[in-house]
Structures are given as C-alpha cells and as structure tokens.
Design a protein around this ligand. Structure first.
Ligand code: SF4
Ligand code: SF4
Length: 458
C-alpha cells in the first residue's frame, strides 16, 4: 500500500526504465511523468489499466499477482477462472478439461466466474425492472474495475450512472465459499478463493475493493501463470466429473459485447479499449447518449480476452469464445433464476459502499488558492508551445503547466522554452562581450558618464 493509501498492482522497475517516454502518452489519466531519466507513476491517479505495461519496450512496468504458495494459507482452496480463461486454449480443449486441470494444480474445488456472471446478469435485469430515474441513464456496467477507477479520476460526475450490482468476480467468491462450506462442512473462513485474472485492475479490485468493504477474493493468480499450469496437466485430466456448468450467457462475458448480449434488454452500447471508453464517457458527460440504456465498457481492446495477463492473441481468443458461446448457448444458466431474484431482493448482489471520486484534479484544498493557481496555470500554458510533444516528461503542455503550478516541474523543462531562454541568454552574452568596463573604455559614455575617458572638466 502506498503512502496515499492506494494499492496498485501495476508497478515500475526503476532499474529497467530508460526514461524513453513511450508510456506517458498512452496513460489515459496522465499518471506518468519522466523526470531525471526515469518514469514515475502518480499513485493518486493510476487506475491500473495496464496500458503502460503493454507499451513499455523495456518491460519496466509489470503486474504483481499472488503466487501459488498462497494456497497453503487455507484449509480448502477454490479456483475462480475468469470466463476469458477458456478462450486461451485450443478449440479441442473444452471448459470441462480446463477446470479438471485446474483441480490438479492444488485446488480442492473450482467455481466458474462465468456462472457468477450469469447470476449478475439476472440480478441486473431485476435491478433494471425496478425502473430507473431518467437522469441516471445511460447506466454503466460495474464489471471492469479499470473503468470504474477511470470514472473516479476523470469523470466523477458520472459515478451515479454505475449499476450498484457487485461484479462477477466478487459474487463468484461468495457463492464458491458458500457451496464449498456446505458440501465439505468447513468454516467459510478456512476457504481461500483464488481468482484467475486477465488483468491488473482485477488484482487491485480484490486488494482494495470499491463497492464493498472487504473482498471475498483471498488471492489473485495471473492468467498467464495458470495457463502454463493447466497446459502441463491437460494430457492427464480426468473428465468424468461434471465441473463445467456455465452456459453461453456467462462465457460470453469474457469478450467485448458479451455482457450486453447476455442482458438482452434495452439499447446497449458496448465499448472496449480504454481510450475508446474515454471518448464514450465524454459523450455521456455532454449528454448526447440519453437514448442509450446501458453501457458495457471494458478497458481492454476485445474485452477481458485482451487483458495484459492473457496469453492468447485476442483476435484468436475471440473466435474461440464465439464458438464456445454458440456451443453452450442453448444450455440454461448454471444458476437458478428464482433463487437469484430471491437473493437480489435480500441485497446479496448490492454494492454496500458508494463509489466516490478521487480528488486528483484539485489544485489546492483552499478555493481562493486554487483559483489563483488556475490563473497561473492558464498563463503558464499560454507561454508553452502547445505541441504536446512529451519531451519535457509530461504528457501534454497542459499537464506540464499543471506540474509547474504544483511545483513539480520547471518551465525550462520544455525544450522550446529552454531554447528561447538560451537564445535570450546567448544574445545577452553577446551584448555583454561588447560592453567594456568604464576603466578600460576609450569611448565617451552616453550623457558624459559611464565608460570612456574621463571628461576634461578644466
Ligand atoms: S496502469 Fe494505466 S493508469 Fe496506471 S500508470 Fe499505467 S497507463 Fe497510467
Ligand atoms: S476489460 Fe477485463 S481484463 Fe481489461 S481491465 Fe477490464 S476487467 Fe480487466
């Protein structure tokens, strides 16, 4: 946990960072600066979207996850594979084989997050049936934690649009613990639920949840690491158990558009890729999307199959996911709808903590000082060239102006400003070389004073 109280799963290896500035332009919340030849991540801004992990050519950005040794902390362990996990394997590897191989990797049980996604879909339908105030439209899915954090940082006025229904990851952990406690007669506190994640944002959501006080997820394992574990065990899996319960409705959540399709009601807008999400949220802010009922927004291109910890090319995964959705599309969901509705009424799916904004854009706590700083910011910005070149180590000229006002940078960090200053300095130096000290000069000083020979006053 950082000093500011934020947990981040995206980290920076300073030794590997070459200060190339590749990352600063891609960060959707301007959370990176390069100073003294090294990148720095601003804790209060970072939303753990993983964009910088993808673009860093030196692999200086990485994602921290838990290791399999964490399993030893619990008497019983249950694996929670994200729906996107199925899309990582060859088409001849059915979900049942993936789940059986996971069991062999040290788990006592598996619970598909795709099943929890079906439950969340049904709960969301029940939520929508209650009727929503027009002002809160379009409603925005709560499923992608990077998008939620993006809204906290850049679009705080849109936070009331988020559907206050818990995420499939969280619901999966709760349901898995209930099921295992019932079947094995163990205390739920002795059960460890381990989510297999395609991304950094889900690690952060489990360690520092936004909608709930504490997460029921006890550990988060990297999808790439678990892919290798499963692959190794696939040749020996026992397919006799009926581990696979989810239908196309839940599996589809793993790729862009799947959540909206599963919901199957109202006008749905599905957007993927964090920069596209920013554009759509800007439209919501402008009020141009009031004809849309529901927005499914995912930070990764292609949805969760495009997460930074996924192993398969997302375009290949998408074909496989589509095939799985078709194959299991006719099955009924792996959860009982009447039971989901009953538990929805009891508040089982509710987010219990309101999602609040992060005050990162405030220049000062004190309003008068903030106004003064804003004025300075605008004046500083007017002097900058407006090229947004990033050579100063800040992503845009506005960001540099803000850094200067916050006393985290200097105007001369801008190479154009520096060049101007140097030119002025050079000109001044040339002028200075022409000036001869009065004691040495033979010229008469203007107005009779200054350099040159003393006047004959006789
Ligand atoms: S993880 Fe995303 S928000 Fe955080 S520094 Fe990297 S690009 Fe920026
Ligand atoms: S789209 Fe999926 S994989 Fe990507 S950040 Fe959001 S939840 Fe994670």
């Amino acid at each position: 946990m950082s000093q500011g109280g934020y947990f981040h799963s995206v980290r920076l290896d300073l030794a590997k960072c070459k200060g190339c500035t590749n990352c600063i332009k891609r960060c959707p919340v301007e959370a990176i600066r390069v100073r003294e030849g090294k990148a720095r991540i601003m804790e209060e801004r970072c939303i753990d979207c993983g964009e910088c992990v993808r673009v860093c050519p030196n692999h200086a950005k990485y994602v921290v996850t838990d290791g399999l040794e964490r399993l030893q902390d619990f008497r019983c362990r249950v694996a929670l594979p994200a729906p996107a996990f199925y899309g990582q394997f060859r088409p001849d590897v059915p979900p049942g084989a993936v789940l059986a191989a996971l069991l062999g990797a040290g788990f006592d049980g598996v619970f598909e997050v795709a099943v929890a996604a079906e439950a969340v879909t049904l709960a969301t339908r029940a939520y929508l049936e209650r009727g929503m105030p027009r002002a809160a439209r379009p409603l925005i899915s709560s499923a992608c934690p990077a998008v939620i954090r993006l809204m906290q940082v850049r679009f705080p006025t849109l936070l009331p649009h988020i559907i206050p229904v818990e995420t499939p990851m969280e619901i999966a952990a709760r349901l898995a613990k209930e099921e295992m406690a019932r079947e094995r007669g163990v205390n739920p506190r002795e059960i460890g639920a381990f989510f297999i994640t395609p991304c950094a944002a889900k690690v952060t959501a489990a360690k520092q949840p936004e909608g709930s006080l504490v997460s029921s997820v006890d550990g988060v394992l990297s999808m790439s690491a678990m892919y290798a574990e499963v692959l190794r065990r696939l040749p020996d899996v026992d397919l006799s158990g009926e581990l696979h319960r989810s239908s196309g409705m839940g599996i589809g959540w793993g790729a862009a558009g799947g959540e909206g399709r599963a919901l199957g009601t109202g006008t749905v807008l599905a957007v993927d890729g964090i920069h596209n999400v920013v554009t759509v949220l800007e439209e919501v802010e402008r009020g141009t999307l009031s004809d849309v009922d529901f927005i499914e927004a995912q930070a990764c291109v292609g949805g969760c199959i495009g997460g930074p910890l996924a192993v398969q090319n997302p375009f290949i995964s998408r074909v496989r996911m589509r095939r799985l959705v078709e194959e299991y599309g006719k099955r009924g969901p792996g959860v009982d709808e009447a039971e989901v509705r009953r538990r929805f009424r009891q508040g089982f799916f509710d987010m219990v903590k309101p999602i609040g904004p992060r005050p990162v854009l405030r220049l000062d706590e004190d309003v008068t000082r903030a106004i003064r700083k804003m004025d300075r910011l605008e004046k500083t910005l007017a002097r900058l060239p407006g090229l947004d070149c990033g050579a100063c180590g800040s992503p845009t000229c506005r960001a540099l102006a803000e850094d200067i006002v916050r006393e985290r940078a200097f105007e001369t960090d801008c190479i154009f400003q520096l060049r101007e200053h140097l030119e002025e300095l050079a000109e001044r130096m040339v002028q200075l070389t022409r000036i001869v000290p009065p004691a040495l000069s033979r010229d008469k000083a203007p107005g009779g004073g200054g350099g040159g020979e003393p006047e004959d006053r006789g």
